[in-house]
Design a protein around this ligand. Structure first.
Ligand code: CDP
Ligand code: CDP
Length: 217
């Protein structure tokens, strides 16, 4: 069973995908984390994402590995667990930038397809239903209004006692949506055979139930 969940930043993809996977006994695969790991490397090493040769050199020096520890996906960058570090907003913005590059996307594609080929997965990202797993048994396009998504991110940061500025979060989300939807390669769009699900007025439980109801028997 392959379930693909795509949608814009902060739509609830990872929260929902993780819950669906847990309830069904499937593996949750977070592809955004893989782009974030590459984004983190570019940030740390000061790689210029607009310099094609520098991008190729950097990619040759990067090894991204996915492991599961206590059922949770862990991302390793060159042997180091970076699962926590990649959560910074700045890394997300860099991930969105490097994700526009073909060489970066090519590097991650096999890793993503291999994970889905050998086990039941719920995989979330931007191009899972349209490109990575075109034959997924269930495809969901999960979205919510920009205000709702910014509010959710804001609350998350406040709960973690991290600095948060609602207007800045909203601007970041809008910029990332624009970049993800307008890039040339694998832009974020709804697959023709995906269900459109707007979670602006839905609780997490309601969204999870709706997706589970749609899993083909
Ligand atoms: O993975 P993605 O960026 O799409 O979003 P996320 O990190 O899973 O979700 C952002 C926040 O929205 C989390 O704090 C969720 O708890 C919250 N959320 C919610 O409040 N209501 C929903 N129906 C879905 C998510
Ligand atoms: O959690 P959030 O929705 O903010 O982002 P994410 O899923 O962690 O992904 C970070 C960035 O990686 C996105 O803004 C996309 O540009 C990129 N990405 C992608 O291009 N394709 C995917 N399948 C997953 C993520």
């Amino acid at each position: 069973m392959n379930i693909a969940i795509d949608g814009p930043a902060g739509a609830g993809k990872s929260t929902i995908a993780r819950r669906v996977a847990k309830e069904k006994g499937y593996i949750y695969v977070d592809t955004g984390a893989m782009y974030r790991a590459i984004g983190l490397y570019f940030m740390n090493e000061g790689v210029d994402a607009e310099n094609a040769a520098a991008v190729l050199d950097a990619l040759a020096a990067i090894q991204v590995e996915i492991k599961y520890e206590a059922g949770e996906q862990q991302v390793y960058l060159n042997g180091k667990n970076v699962s926590k570090k990649i959560r910074q907003e700045a890394v997300g913005n860099m991930a969105s930038k490097v994700a526009t590059k073909q060489a970066v996307r090519d590097k991650l594609l096999d890793l993503q397809r291999n994970l889905a080929a050998t086990q039941d997965v719920v995989m979330d990202g931007r191009d899972i239903g349209t490109f990575v797993l075109p034959n997924a048994e269930l495809k969901i396009y999960l979205t919510a209004s920009v205000d709702t998504r910014a509010d959710r991110r804001y609350k998350e940061l406040v709960e973690k006692h991290m600095p948060a500025d609602l207007e800045e979060i909203k601007r970041d989300i809008e910029a990332r949506d624009y970049q993800d939807m307008h890039r040339e390669i694998a832009p974020l769009t709804q697959a023709e055979d995906a269900y459109y699900l707007d979670s602006s007025a839905l609780t997490i439980d309601e969204v999870v139930a709706e997706i589970i109801r749609r899993i083909p028997q």
